[in-house]
Design a binder for this molecule. Structure first.
Ligand SMILES: NCCC[C@H](NC(=O)CCC(=O)O)C(=O)O
Ligand SMILES: NC(=O)OP(=O)(O)O
Length: 319
């Protein structure tokens, strides 16, 4: 594995899940990457990704240095060939180039602007960090994907499913007050297609995910029908891909509550967090026995640890 930005960067995604689950049984290996340094660069807010990545890197005996570049760094210019006479003080060529001198691995969080689809889906910002740092790069959630989350999600499903047949997994859209990225659902779908599960996507019309992620995966526009017999339900809001970045519905009948749970196979309910209680998922679910969102969050440590371990030693990587 050279970088970790997508499931496509991983030779054996199932093997990486297994590795992360092994790490969970014995996470503290302080000699593994002693003396190595990871830079964790955040252009946007984070609670779990920031904390779990720091814990993961420390568990490996390495050091994590966090920079909230969106808040504390110089304003960055990403366009080539411009005269920098505006409010951008530093070009990504120098900023990432400098990071390349300090660190062994770089983690980057860069959300989409949700204005221009081509710009966001070109992953201009993440690719600039990869290109100009010269380092192995871990996506800490980019414009189109959140692979550390998806890896933790797969681990969590694996831990909660002991039968030999494939579980029915449903990802359902839920209402929200803000326009949110498609990164989490894109990524979940991309990873679940590699997993031994039967996946269904449900959302109101107009919320279809990009073909490159969801092409060929069954879509059911009737939420209740989609949820019938589900073993796992992943609840998430996202904004429209087709009418890019727009909110097309705020239909609260899609909020996940006991009514939805009742038609499932006593499903485990998942969310990447942060979650808006009472809007995206009702308290009766989040405070009840079916919710496994905290287990997902815990697994973020081990998914990050498996990935950083690979990238600290990437010359002899098999995954
Ligand atoms: N890292 C996990 C999710 C991050 C982001 N959620 C958010 O921005 C929620 C913000 C709010 O609820 O105001 C998303 O959907 O991609
Ligand atoms: N799930 C997740 O990535 O959370 P943060 O945005 O808080 O890092």
């Amino acid at each position: 594995m050279k970088n970790f930005t997508s499931v496509k960067d991983v030779k054996d995604p199932g093997g990486l899940v297994k590795r992360a689950l092994e790490i969970k049984t014995n996470p503290f290996t302080p000699d593994f990457a002693r003396g190595k340094r990871a830079g964790l660069i955040f252009l946007n807010p984070s609670l779990r990704t920031r904390l779990s990545s720091q814990v993961a890197v420390q568990n490996l005996g390495a050091e994590a240095i966090v920079l909230d570049i969106g808040k504390d760094g110089w304003a960055l210019e990403f366009e080539d060939g411009v005269k920098m006479n505006g409010n951008k003080a530093e070009h990504i060529k120098e900023a990432a180039g400098v990071m390349g001198q300090y660190f062994d691995v770089l983690g980057v969080r860069t959300f989409p602007e949700l204005k221009d689809r081509n710009t966001d889906y070109s992953e201009q910002l993440l690719n600039a960090f990869i290109r100009y740092s010269g380092l192995p790069v871990v996506s800490l959630e980019s414009a189109t994907r959140h692979p550390l989350q998806s890896l933790a999600d797969w681990m969590t499903i694996e831990e909660n499913w002991k039968k030999s047949e494939r579980p029915k997994v449903v990802i359902t859209w839920a209402p929200h007050v803000k326009a949110l990225p498609q990164a989490v659902p894109n990524s979940f779908v991309e990873w679940m297609r590699e997993a031994p599960v039967d996946l269904t996507i449900t959302h109101p019309e107009g919320y279809e995910l990009a073909e490159e992620f969801a092409g060929g995966v069954p879509v059911e526009y009737d939420q209740m029908k989609a949820l019938e017999g589900a073993d796992f339900v992943y609840v998430k809001n996202w904004s429209s891909y087709k009418q890019y970045g727009q909110i097309l519905s705020q239909d609260e009948s899609w909020s996940f509550g006991n009514e939805q749970l009742a038609v499932t196979n006593n499903a485990k309910v998942m969310h990447c967090l942060p979650v808006r209680r009472g809007l995206v998922i009702k308290d009766e679910i989040l405070d009840g026995p079916n919710a496994i969102h905290l287990q997902q969050a815990k697994n973020r440590v081990y998914s990050a640890q498996a990935v950083f371990a690979e990238l600290f030693t990437s010359s002899n990587s098999s995954l």
